[in-house]
Design a protein around this ligand. Sequence first.
Ligand SMILES: [Zn+2]
Length: 283
Amino acid sequence: MTRETIRCAGQVVLAVVVLAGLPGCASQKAGLEVLEVDPQLSIVLERGANSAIFVGEEEVLVVDPKLGKGAELLRAMVADEAGGRDITVINTHYHYDHVRGNRLYPEARVITGAYTREEWEKGGTGAEYPDETVTDTLVLDVGNEKVLLVNMGWGHTLNDMVVQFKEREVLLTGDLVFEGRHPVLWGAHTVKWQAALERLLAAHYGAAYGGEEITVVPGHGPVGDIGAIERMRDYFADIRAALDDEAELKALREKYKDYSGLLFLVSFNRTVKVMREELGGGQ
Ligand SMILES: [Zn+2]
């Protein structure tokens, strides 16, 4: 796998990554934007959240099956590729844009982090409580790939899982990473979140992990490399260090001015407010 800066048609410079010799630009497939890592692993971008489909010898894995129309299109693609194989759905966390599509897989085994049934149902997504939850780690052996599920604990939500395709060195971070946009902080704890990002960075920089070659798929935003995790960590670290310094906050507001958000619900100011509240300082 090599890396370079790529300019995709009609888009700004995208990820600095070339997956398995293929250009890192997504192509249209079945109405969705798909980045094919290889014939077995596809990253399917946005339309809810970033998802993955892995076609193993005996089973198919679907990570975060989107919502609405995106979920239906993804389901059709999975049906196309699954043949008669069993399907396992993995939810990186319980937000609706990641789990709403679960209902389209009534026969599937569903795995997520260790939410209690009560916590899951409080999420209000209407998705059924999963068949299996992961407290620490779980390895799924799917033929020529080992898929490592790691519950990172409370960060973006109470149980954020990351999903690593170990042979292919592809890591789906779920919403522990938002690339180029302000993070959604509903139910988040930014101190724990930042610590989780530090642990991820430590794990994937390690030589044993071949860290620098890893391809990172954020929950939202373009596919890239480990820099995406660093930028998310820096975002929290930058703002945390400036919480009492209006001039510094102003400079950071400028630094992150191109990040997208959602009105006042997901924004620079919102992040500042939540981080101050965590300190017990109000406002
Ligand atoms: Zn989320």
